[in-house]
Design a protein around this ligand. Structure first.
Ligand code: SF4
Length: 268
């Protein structure tokens, strides 16, 4: 933000004081320096392959080698951690899971529990009653239907209690390295809309839109990078646009800083 100019002035006593020069009429209405967007009015296409590639390249530069923030040593541990991460921070989940896996090291150990027995161990992650039911149900499914092995298949994962596409995509992408879909969590939901990669409201349609515009080879990295971006800069309230590597190609209506003409049709 341009700083107000200051100048020195002499007081009646002859002392020099610093004072803020009152802005001229033109300065008082001045906004941050705006550079006209190169895209001609009416021709702007937020989904243009060139723009999407630009976004992906900048994310690669800013967030190279990003990985899933949930600590895990197996597909089962990642499945459990992802179910626990609903409405909870990864940091909190990472505090809970070491003791949990020490106490119940296998899907079989979880499957032998009643949900109430699990509740005290996961209480701090919130929604612990539902999560206990999901974990015990998923463990029973893994043991009874898949021989104790977490399946590497979307439909099979979705057959497990408490497992929706987001959880299945996390496990398939981060453990099995399979790009079957795009993880849509709260950060991907918000930022994909800010970047106009989708106008959809619900995760299922957002994922479908992202799968159409992002090359499949980037689906796994894109989710990780956007999740990091959402934590570091593109936060829900007052995003740190002045520090954002995507700033001059982002036209989100709720930007906090802009060097480009805001695209009027952008919706947050
Ligand atoms: S410019 Fe602002 S709103 Fe746009 S992606 Fe960056 S932080 Fe988010």
């Amino acid at each position: 933000m341009p700083l107000a100019k200051t100048s020195a002035a002499k007081t009646a006593a002859g002392k020099t004081q610093s004072r803020v020069k009152p802005p001229t009429k033109a300065e008082s209405v001045a906004k941050p320096k705006v550079e006209k967007t190169k895209i001609a009015k009416g021709k702007y296409d937020p989904l243009a392959p060139q723009r999407v590639t630009d976004i992906l390249n900048r994310l690669d530069q800013r967030y190279p080698n990003v990985r899933c923030a949930l600590h895990h040593n197996s597909a089962w541990e990642l499945l459990v951690a992802t179910i626990l991460s609903a409405q909870c921070t990864d940091v909190r989940v990472n505090m809970v899971t070491p003791l949990l896996f020490q106490k119940y090291p296998t899907p079989e150990a979880f499957a032998a529990l009643k949900p109430e027995q699990l509740e005290p161990d996961i209480r701090s992650t919130g929604f612990f009653r539902n999560k206990s039911k999901s974990l015990v149900g998923a463990a029973k499914g893994v043991v009874e239907e898949f021989g104790g092995q977490v399946p590497d298949d979307m439909d099979k994962l979705l057959s497990l209690p408490g497992v929706a596409r987001k959880t299945a995509n996390v496990v398939l992408g981060s453990w099995f390295g399979k790009a079957v879909g795009v993880v849509v969590d709260t950060h991907v939901h918000r930022i994909s809309r800010r970047l106009e990669l989708t106008k959809a409201e619900d995760p299922k349609n957002i994922e479908q839109d992202l799968m159409k515009v992002i090359p499949q080879a980037k689906w796994i990295d894109f989710s990780h990078q956007i999740i990091h971006h959402g934590r570091a800069l593109c936060i829900a309230r007052r995003p740190k646009c002045a520090d954002c590597p995507l700033e001059n190609i982002c036209h989100a209506a709720d930007k906090t800083w802009s060097t480009v003409e805001i695209h009027k049709t952008a919706k947050p």
